[in-house]
Design a protein around this ligand. Sequence first.
Ligand SMILES: Nc1ncnc2c1ncn2[C@@H]1O[C@H](COP(=O)(O)OP(=O)(O)OP(=O)(O)O)[C@@H](O)[C@H]1O
Ligand SMILES: [Mg+2]
Length: 370
Amino acid sequence: MHLEKLTLYNFKNYEDASLELSPEVNCFFGLNGSGKTNLLDAVYYLSLTKSASPASDTQNIRQDESQFFVKGAFIEKKNRTEIICSFVRGSKKVMSEDGNEYKKMAEHIGKYPLVLIAPNDIELIWDGSEQRRKFFDGLLSQMNHQYLENLITYTQILRQRNGLLRLFSERGMVDQDLLDSYDDRLVPAAKYIHETRKSFLKEYHPLFEKWYRQLAGKDAREKVSITYRSDLEELSFAELLKKNLQRDIVLQRTSSGIHRDDFMFSLNTGELKKFGSQGQQKSFLIGLKLAEFQVLAQAKKKKPLLLLDDIFDKLDDVRIVKLMALVSDGNFGQIFITDARSARSREILTEAGVKAKIFEVQNGSVKHIR
Ligand SMILES: Nc1ncnc2c1ncn2[C@@H]1O[C@H](COP(=O)(O)OP(=O)(O)OP(=O)(O)O)[C@@H](O)[C@H]1O
Ligand SMILES: [Mg+2]
């Protein structure tokens, strides 16, 4: 599977841009702020229906305009499918496949898998558990549609349940039947998510360790690991909800559940955040993403698009050479690479023998140069 053509209209700093892509390696070179990451974000929209950045859909409309659209043609086994994502300020975002609008965005997710390695991945290590849950949720949602459905259900019902707890707290009374009707839907969704996260990590962990080893080299002695922590390990969710009800009413929110799960990142016996060197942290992140690529490729029976945003900035020479060797071995499918320093990237690619289509990005315009 690859993206053959990409068109952007009033998207971020692009007014109108259209490009034909290579099914293999595509490089985007340009100065800081020229629009390299924005291009990758447009590809991210086509695959995952949203931005990889924290910017809202509205913020992604080009300044002073009222709508954006991103269009892409995916080629898969010689079939061509056109995906359009369009958003008009103040209305609902629309995604379509060959002209057929999706009723729910979730229906699209997972059809055109994608893995992004970007500078702000470091938040996975430095920030709280929410970022890590988001990463694993994103991955599992692409792999498994039922997981995504359960996650949507859980998030919706949890919000409603918290509203109910606020009401109970204000009124000083509890409507147990009403609460039960919410919990009856919340509990099975939580159980599914919990069990899927747990069993997934068993499959994912060895792949992650393998990639980490490959990047860090044979001589690296450190042991890296990911441990799943959940309230649901001690008691069933139904029991937890019952046990914590009085406290939850005081707090006006549900204080236990899979929305508090964490995936703990460790180096040897300590926390990666505290004990990992910068290089170890970077390798950990790339290990996470390459393992993501591998599980997605296996689950979908197609290679995800691989977007490498500013990756050369994050790695030392040894690791760059190793990563490029993997790239040139044909382990991956279509790749998008961005770099602000084109001379460095060209050198790296030439040395690794990687043939790439090169684009120059300049202030919201993109031009194929080689
Ligand atoms: N809605 C918008 N309208 C107009 N311009 C926007 C909008 N959103 C973002 N931009 C502009 O896009 C530019 C950033 O683009 P981008 O992040 O793609 O740069 P980059 O080439 O990846 O730079 P770097 O090398 O620093 O990573 C900024 O100048 C920003 O002001
Ligand atoms: Mg950038």
